[in-house]
Design a protein around this ligand. Structure first.
Ligand code: ADP
Ligand code: MG
Length: 249
C-alpha cells in the first residue's frame, strides 16, 4: 500500500519497438493499490511485451512507468523486484532438475545477483517463508520433488510461489491458467483472492474470460499494441471492437 490515492503502478504513453514493429504503442494504464486488473488481447497484441517493460526486462522506447510514485522507466529488474513488483512468465520458468523448495529459495536472489550470492545457503527465515508459501499454495508435500515432476498446473503454482518470495505489493501473472486443469484454475483463483485480501494488487494477462470476470474490477484490452478498450469485465465482453478483434474475420 502506498498510503494515498496515487496509482501503485502506472504507465504513461508506454512504447516499445522491435526494429520496425511497434509492439506496444502509447499505452496508458494504472493499477491502484490492492486492485485486480485484467489485460486481454489477441495473440501478438503486446501483452507480454508490456510485462517485459514493466518488470524492466526490455528497454522502454517511449513514455514512462511509475511504481509507488517513483519513475522506474530506466530502473534495473533487480531494483524493481526489490521495490515490490514480481512477475511470472507465459512460458514457465522453473529449474526442472532442482527441488521445488530449492526453486523457491533461489527465486529470492536470482534477480541480477551473482552466482556466488545465489548459491550461498539460505537463512532459516527464508527457508521458513518458502515452506509457508508452499503450504499456502498446497504444494508443500512436493517440496523435495524435482520441479520437473510437477504437472503444468503445479508448476504454475510454484512459479506464483517464487514470485511471492520477496513479498511483493503487486504480482504480474502472464497466462497463469494456461495448461492448467479446471480444478487447479479454481485453486489459483482462491489464492489470488486470499492474497488480494492481504492487500496485494494483481495485473493478470488472461485468455480465460471467466477467470477475468470473476476476479477483476477493471480490464484493459490491447490490439496491435494499442489500448482498444478499458472497462469492467462486462463492458469489455460487450465491446464490439474487442469482440471483432477476438472473433472477427
Ligand atoms: P502477446 O503477449 O500479446 O501475445 P507479445 O508481447 O508476445 O504479444 O508480442 C507482441 C509483438 O511483438 C508480436 O508481434 C511479437 O512477434 C513481437 N515480439 C515480442 N517479443 C519480441 C522480441 N524479443 N523481438 C522481436 N519481436 C518481438
Ligand atoms: Mg504473451
Amino acid at each position: 500500500m502506498t498510503g494515498d490515492d496515487r496509482p501503485l503502478l502506472e504507465g504513461r504513453g508506454l512504447t516499445k519497438r522491435f526494429g520496425g514493429l511497434t509492439a506496444v504503442n502509447q499505452v496508458d494504464f494504472a493499477v491502484q493499490p490492492g486492485e485486480i486488473v485484467g489485460l486481454i488481447g489477441p495473440n501478438g497484441s503486446g501483452k507480454t511485451t508490456l510485462f517485459d517493460c514493466l518488470s524492466r526486462l526490455q528497454r522502454i522506447d517511449g513514455g514512462r512507468v511509475l511504481f509507488k510514485g517513483t519513475d522506474i522507466t530506466r530502473a534495473s529488474p533487480h531494483r524493481v523486484a526489490r521495490m515490490g513488483l514480481s512477475r511470472t512468465f507465459q512460458v514457465i520458468r522453473v529449474y526442472r532438475k532442482m527441488k521445488v523448495l530449492d526453486n523457491m529459495l533461489v527465486s529470492r536472489r536470482w534477480r541480477g545477483d551473482s552466482y556466488l550470492r545465489v548459491m550461498r545457503p539460505s537463512s532459516a527465515e527464508t527457508v521458513c517463508r518458502a515452506r509457508e508459501l508452499l503450504e499456502f499454495l498446497r504444494i508443500a508435500p512436493l517440496a523435495d520433488e524435482p520441479a520437473g515432476h510437477l504437472s503444468g498446473g503445479q508448476r504454475r503454482l510454484l512459479e506464483i510461489g517464487m514470485a511471492l518470495m520477496p513479498n511483493p505489493d503487486i504480482l504480474l501473472l502472464d497466462e497463469a491458467t494456461s495448461g492448467v486443469n479446471p480444478t487447479l484454475i479454481e485453486t489459483i483463483k482462491d489464492h489470488i483472492r486470499t492474497l488480494n485480501g492481504q492487500g496485494k494488487a494483481f495485473l493478470l494477462i488472461e485468455h480465460n474470460i471467466n477467470f477475468i470476470a470473476d476476479l477483476c474490477t477493471r480490464v484493459y484490452a490491447l490490439n496491435h499494441g494499442e489500448t482498444m478498450a478499458e472497462g469492467t469485465p462486462r463492458e469489455i465482453m460487450e465491446n464490439e471492437a474487442v469482440i471483432d478483434a477476438y472473433f472477427g474475420a
